[in-house]
Design a protein around this ligand. Structure first.
Ligand code: AP5
Length: 214
């Protein structure tokens, strides 16, 4: 099963993608996580990506597309994968389509987690991330068992640099301008499924599994 997640920043794509990956035993590929891991490792890619991420802008396609194409060509992706945060522009979607059709493959589902802008800022200010393993929490909706400490690796949690309110506003406007057109793009391709992302995260997951099947 080949799935992509669509939705505004903070809509809950990562939260749901992690659960889908676990249930259906497919790799969860998050471009945001890949850039953050590169930043942590001090690579050139990480340094370049940070310049854009900190401003709430998209990392250029020239740094993003090949990275994803190489990743989905790996052995562990042969039974499918879930792409979280890619594609984010029409050219990225076209590159993905071309790479897949060259192998006689196609995406199965584009799941849009729909959350209005007014809910996003509150969500983002409460999000806490683990700088070590990438796990995500929310101080109200998904709190860790020990305050501000990651349940999985016991590292102190942080507020992501790009979750500051002014950067979130910029990310939202970039989303509406560059990423939202993908909703129409995948609707036309007949694979768009929309879920109400304002519901409780377990209910959102149930809605998604209803779409994907047992
Ligand atoms: P990325 O990391 O992909 O950021 P994003 O798309 O903005 O998404 P987020 O990770 O912020 O949010 P999410 O939807 O995954 O929400 P989450 O599950 O955490 O990308 C970061 C940056 O990298 C981009 O801005 C760009 O610069 C660059 N980049 C990445 N991919 C790129 C690409 N393809 N091209 C170019 N540049 C790229 O949930 C948010 C919070 O809400 C959490 O605290 C969570 O616990 C909580 N929550 C989740 N669901 C619910 C619910 N149902 N109810 C209540 N709370 C909930």
């Amino acid at each position: 099963m080949k799935i992509i997640m669509l939705g505004a920043p903070g809509a809950g794509k990562g939260t749901q993608a992690e659960r889908i990956a676990e249930k259906y035993q497919i790799p969860h590929i998050s471009t945001g996580d890949i850039f953050r891991a590169n930043l942590k490792a001090g690579t050139e890619l990480g340094k370049k990506a940070k310049e854009y991420m900190d401003q709430g802008l998209l990392v250029p396609d020239s740094l993003t597309v090949d990275l994803v194409m190489d990743r989905i060509a790996k052995e562990d992706c042969k039974n499918g994968y879930i792409l979280d945060g890619f594609p984010r522009t029409i050219p990225q979607a076209e590159s993905l389509k071309e790479a897949l059709s060259a192998r006689g493959e196609a995406l199965d589902y584009a799941i849009d987690v729909n959350v209005p802008d007014e809910n996003i800022i509150t969500r983002m200010s409460g999000r806490r991330a683990c700088p070590n393993c990438g796990s995500t929490y929310h101080i109200v909706y998904a709190a860790p068992s020990k305050e501000n400490v990651c349940d999985k690796c016991e590292t102190a949690l942080i507020l992501r640099d790009d979750d500051k309110p002014e950067t979130v506003q910029k990310r939202l406007s970039v989303y509406h301008e560059q990423t939202q057109p993908l909703i129409e793009y995948y609707a036309s391709a007949g694979i768009l499924r929309t879920v109400d992302g304002t519901r409780d995260m377990n209910q959102v997951f149930e809605d998604i599994t209803d779409i994907l099947g047992a």
